[in-house]
Design a protein around this ligand. Sequence first.
Ligand code: MF3
Ligand code: CO
Ligand code: CO
Length: 271
Amino acid sequence: MTIAIKTAADIDGMRIAGRLAAEVLDMLTPHMVPGISTEALDKLAHDYMVNVQKTIPAPLNYAPPGYAPYPKSICTSINHQICHGIPNERPLKNGDIVNIDITVIKDGWHGDTSRMFIIGEASIAAKRLCQLSYEALWRGIVKVRPGARLGDIGHAIQTFAENAGYSVVREFCGHGIGRKFHEEPQVLHYGKLGTLEVLMPGMTFTIEPMVNAGRREIREAGDGWTIVTKDRSLSAQWEHTVVVTDTGYEVLTLSAGSPALPAFVGESVTV
Ligand code: MF3
Ligand code: CO
Ligand code: CO
């Protein structure tokens, strides 16, 4: 397995793509209210990417081996949907929790990020899942530095999520990213300390844990893309694209509207 090492110029390109992906989420945020359809969100995002940002929505017609081309420009995964939900005309309702996953291409570089949104007022259980899955993402991010291993990231995420009483999806993972949407390595969200690849400066990959309130088993919904929890429990996911720096990490998918970082992050960033 070969993991590409990006040059400083490559990372400049990825920094731009990453910020633009996050800014699509910022643009959508005020629209995340009861009554709007995910189809309407897809159209808003598509038009913003193509006409305002001059970016390419990477999901549109994306067709990995064994998959039919993805028909929309964003992924919208609601409640028990884990990932790859396809936008449709059904209105969002009060209490739904929704993951919006955005991937843009700018000057050939990909930026990939997702956030959870709470529609109106959600249950305490749904809010806790959204909050703790966000912390799980950052528990993984702060492990990123030269010399650490991919297994350290998965271990941190899995331990945190399972201690909170949740389960971590195994079948989908984070991924290397750059000129390609999905490249090596696979970034598992579970694992053992000190195992798998050693991280080196210039590696770029996503971390995107899918955390289920119930059991970890998944099912494909029947449209060829949407993945749901087998037990129909709620699921939440957050995603950032990161680069390994000489001293630690840089998150490439931050923007003005990014949620505040968990309190523990500040401590470990200061080397
Ligand atoms: N953005 C997803 C990821 O984080 C991939 C979506 S593939 C699509 O890797 F075709 F469904 F868009
Ligand atoms: Co991704
Ligand atoms: Co994504």
